[in-house]
Design a protein around this ligand. Structure first.
Ligand SMILES: Cc1cc2nc3c(=O)[nH]c(=O)nc-3n(C[C@H](O)[C@H](O)[C@H](O)COP(=O)(O)O)c2cc1C
Length: 242
């Protein structure tokens, strides 16, 4: 086995959701910074990066956040709390970022690929990410893909709800990279979705269309912080070969 594979396996196997942290041992906030830097390298749909990360570090803000996370011990005892936010409303900036990347002097892409991707970011992405308050665009797009799909394979997930899933999938991948990076540096975490999103958005002064993807508490783990055994479905029950 490669040395890197053994290290990776050890990181994955030792990560557990931590519900009680030891806040007596010294905590180094630089580890969270490093882990977030690595999280930013996560794969994400069309490189749109519709994510933001809010570090909650002051005692008062942590207390308020713990209450907004339903007073869970995983948050109450954390050294730091990171709120992972999806920003569907920032899609125009992301499209611009990607168009600029295509023209970046260091971009080694072929001219043919550049042309194709400029069309993709210039035409398809604005249509997919457009704000669709009354679901009208979603219906039009669904009808369109239904007819095109009779002739050739096409992406079927084009509605407003599908867009939410697309964005949150990518954001959650960043969350996972973040948690594994923390573990690789000897820190523990707990992903949280038991929270009041409205109150968290208010606490962070986020706009209406921002969405809370996950809250992740961070700290040095304790033995009593692991509440139960880790049990998963066996491989043969969930992995299929065709
Ligand atoms: C999206 C998501 C939301 C979660 N929300 C909570 C939560 O609100 N509170 C909590 O204690 N654990 C939460 N968990 C942790 C899971 O309960 C935990 O990952 C699962 O039981 C497996 O345990 P393990 O992480 O130790 O392997 C969440 C996990 C995920 C991925």
């Amino acid at each position: 086995m490669l040395e890197t594979a053994a290290i990776f396996e050890q990181i994955v196997r030792s990560r557990r959701s931590m519900r009680v942290y030891d806040n007596k041992t010294e905590y180094n906030p630089e580890i969270v910074k490093k882990s977030l830097e690595l999280a930013l390298l996560s794969p994400n749909s069309s490189n749109m990066q519709l994510w933001e990360f809010y570090r909650i570090r002051s005692e008062a803000a942590k207390k308020e956040m713990a209450h907004n996370c339903l007073d869970q011990s995983a948050v109450e005892t954390a050294s730091e709390i990171v709120v992972i936010v999806a920003r569907p409303d920032k899609y125009k900036e992301s499209i611009q970022f990607n168009l600029e990347t295509i023209d970046h002097p260091e971009n080694f892409e072929s001219d043919k690929s550049k042309k194709r991707r400029k069309e993709y970011f210039g035409k398809i992405m604005p249509l997919f990410y457009a704000y669709d308050r009354f679901f009208i665009l979603s219906i039009l797009k669904t009808v369109f893909v239904f007819f095109v799909g009779m002739k050739r394979p096409i992406v079927r997930e084009v509605t407003r709800i599908n867009k939410k899933v697309t964005i949150h999938k990518s954001v959650a991948l960043a969350a996972q990279t973040f948690m594994l990076a923390l573990k690789s540096q000897g820190f523990d975490s707990c992903p949280i979705e038991g929270f009041d999103s409205k109150r968290i958005k208010k606490q962070l002064s986020l706009p209406r269309r921002a969405e809370i993807n996950m809250v992740i508490s961070v700290g040095k783990g304790t033995e009593k912080g692991i509440f139960y055994i880790q049990r998963r479905y066996p491989y043969q029950e969930v992995v299929f070969e065709k």
